[in-house]
Write a protein that binds this ligand. Structure first.
Ligand SMILES: Nc1ncnc2c1ncn2[C@@H]1O[C@H](COP(=O)(O)OP(=O)(O)OP(=O)(O)O)[C@@H](O)[C@H]1O
Ligand SMILES: [Mg+2]
Length: 382
């Protein structure tokens, strides 16, 4: 990694914050472009441009100063970026990969055409199409907005035809949806996988995740899978990165199917909440690995540093400004570390921080994480 390299990160949320923190440890210069002056990444030493992502003049000027462009989330305007990109600027992951992943339907078509296991799905332009699909697959039915869904927003589980008709009657958007068979999974898992431009690929341990209403509440690593199953997932993740010619860290979210085997839920073309445990848990964190990949450095070891890791998200449960109490006690009293995102306001289900704990097993790590979580109190403030 050359000292004169500047990595541009478009977006300034907590993922950008943790990328910038990893860059500090690597002595790599990072520049964050973000509209919100209070964004998490502005609490780091990264250089910054606070401007709208739609401001083509500011965007163009920022891109001119970069050696490589990367993203902290996939919700970027790839058309505008194509107009603004200076010739020769490296962009990782590629805009073509972002275009594909941004659209959940296109992504599913791509995966299934390449033979990757996915739940049964179909495009649902209207209630009749969705109902016909449910008649084949059974209820409940999962409907997803094709674009801009996150933390369960844009994912709907409908229990019967009556609920489905009501859903379409109340729906304002003319856009078609992705209909998916509901998977009664035994467990949700994810894996972070990195690839650099020279084609080196490296997988992190597989992590078990737990979502409520589509929002990740916790993750534990390593997931309890047999060695053969873990190996199959690693091979699949590698094959995915190769077929996409992807560069950077991607996350693959998967369901363990009740009949055995796995189904891919979705890809995230970026570092991922389920991989936050790697900061303390692995020799190289997902954030450092992403920076290594996009700067064409050798990938680092993903070896676990503790036998068991656990991560709990700290989610807001009220709207408005808040005060956090008990932060100091987390590491004083527990084998755990708190990462705070410095967001000005809480929101229901809003990710405000996370804590990571370790132990001799992932269950023990989770017990430590839950004890540490009890130290923290979020209080409304003025
Ligand atoms: N076909 C399905 N069957 C059962 N549960 C599902 C299905 N699809 C999604 N879910 C549940 O909803 C959650 C959110 O779905 P999905 O990952 O597609 O949406 P998202 O909001 O884009 O997620 P993210 O926050 O990871 O970006 C999943 O983690 C899973 O718990
Ligand atoms: Mg998801």
């Amino acid at each position: 990694m050359s000292r004169s390299t500047t990595v541009g990160i478009l977006g300034g949320g907590q993922l950008a914050m943790m990328l910038a923190q990893a860059a500090e440890r690597l002595e790599l210069s990072v520049s964050v472009y973000e509209e919100d002056p209070g964004a998490p990444a502005f609490h780091t030493r990264a250089s910054r441009v606070q401007a709208s992502p739609r401001d083509s003049d500011r965007l163009r000027a920022w891109l001119e100063g970069l050696s490589v462009l990367t993203f902290e989330n996939e919700f970027v305007d790839t058309s505008l970026l194509r107009e603004c990109l200076p010739a020769g600027l490296r962009v990782f992951p590629s805009l073509a990969a972002l275009d594909l992943v941004q659209d959940k339907l296109r992504q599913k078509v791509y995966l299934s055409e390449l033979g990757f296991p996915v739940p049964a799905f179909r495009e649902a332009p209207d209630a009749a199409a969705a109902e016909a699909f449910a008649a084949e697959q059974g209820w409940p039915l999962v409907l997803k907005e094709r674009r801009h869904g996150y933390d369960g927003r844009g994912t709907y589980v409908l229990k019967d035809a009556e609920e489905l008709r009501r859903f379409f009657a109340e729906r304002k958007s003319p856009d078609s949806l992705l209909a998916e068979a509901f998977v009664p999974f035994t467990m949700e898992i994810a894996v972070q996988v990195a690839r650099n431009p020279r084609g080196q690929v490296s997988c992190f341990p597989i992590v078990k995740t737990f979502q409520t209403n589509g929002v990740c509440h916790w993750a534990k690593a390593p997931a309890s899978l047999g060695p053969e199953e873990a190996e199959q997932i690693t091979v699949l993740a590698r094959r995915l990165m190769e077929s996409l010619q992807a560069v950077g860290v991607f996350a693959v979210e998967m369901f363990c199917a009740p009949e055995g085997g796995i189904l891919i839920n979705e890809l995230a073309p970026r570092v991922h909440n389920s991989g936050h445990y790697t900061i303390e848990g692995c020799r190289t964190s997902q954030f450092e690995q992403h920076l290594r990949a996009v700067t064409d450095a050798d990938l680092g070891s993903t070896e676990l540093l503790h036998p068991g890791m656990a991560m709990i998200n700290i989610l807001g449960d009220f709207e408005g400004p808040y005060r956090l109490e008990g932060a100091d006690r987390v590491s004083q009293n527990h084998p755990a570390i708190l990462h705070w995102y410095h967001k000005k306001t809480s929101g229901r289900g809003r990710k405000l921080g996370h804590l990571t704990a370790w132990g001799s097993t992932s269950d023990e790590a989770m017990r430590h994480a839950l004890e540490a979580r009890k130290e923290l109190h979020l209080c409304p403030s003025e």
